[in-house]
Ligand binder design. Structure first.
Ligand SMILES: Cc1cc2nc3c(=O)[nH]c(=O)nc-3n(C[C@H](O)[C@H](O)[C@H](O)COP(=O)(O)O)c2cc1C
Length: 211
């Protein structure tokens, strides 16, 4: 559906995401790839935190799977990791304040393969590899010195180069079923377009939404 009064084009949503993301990379002061990730317990209780988008696109899935994806990396034993294991679906939210735009993305999750997780882990700075390998993310820490001692121990164990990726440090891919673009307009008469599809392989439908 097209509408001459909307400034959110009825185009391929991955292409529209890329266009907006490119503008955000120019205008955001930090981390244009930062997004809120909402997960939920099996009983539905939600939680949300920021993560970084690391890979995305219509051909993102390994092995030629359909649907494309949006990938983030984390510790699978963290709070979010436990929620994801119990309930393999999530919602992502980008809010680019410099552009006054929002994108909401929802769908099921799958874990990335070991090769993809290794490649990303080893693309990170050595200090980041060590800091994440030393962290029992989201679990209680009695004294920050305990964490710093673990970092030091890993630095001694691996005096140079990459360190092995811990098996619980991995990535998850959200396969989008809904992508909504929100554009600030004068007088709060904002402009929203929602793209949906039923399955990973199907085509997209779209509709405008009242703001
Ligand atoms: C801008 C920003 C980016 C972040 N990126 C990540 C990330 O990519 N992966 C990650 O595990 N945590 C990231 N964090 C930390 C998370 O927000 C969160 O504190 C941590 O993952 C623990 O969340 P959990 O207890 O809900 O599992 C980021 C935080 C901020 C503020």
């Amino acid at each position: 559906m097209d509408d001459q009064h909307s400034a959110v084009p009825a185009t391929d949503p991955f292409a529209l995401f890329d266009a907006w993301f490119a503008e955000a990379k120019e205008s955001e002061p930090n981390d244009p790839n930062a997004m809120a990730l909402a997960t939920a317990e099996k009983d539905g209780a939600p939680s949300v935190r920021m993560v970084l988008l690391k890979d995305h696109g219509p051909n993102e899935r390994e092995g030629g799977g359909a649907g494309g994806g949006f990938v983030f990396y984390t510790n699978a034993e963290s709070r979010k990791g436990r929620e994801i294991r119990a309930n393999m679906q999530a919602a992502l939210l980008f809010h680019w304040k410099s552009l006054r735009r929002q994108i909401r993305i929802e769908g099921p999750l799958e874990e990335v393969g070991a090769q993809q997780a290794d490649a990303y882990f080893h693309s990170r700075a050595r200090a980041s590899q060590i800091a994440s390998a030393a962290s029992d993310q989201s679990r209680p820490l009695a004294d920050r010195a305990d964490y710093l001692a673990r970092i030091e121990a890993l630095e001694e164990e691996y005096p140079e180069g990459d360190i092995p990726r811990p098996p619980h440090w991995t990535g998850f891919r959200l396969i989008p079923r809904r992508i909504e673009f929100w554009l600030d307009r004068p007088g709060r008469a904002h402009d929203r377009r929602l793209f949906t599809r039923d399955g990973a392989g199907g085509g997209w439908s779209d509709t405008l939404l009242y703001p």
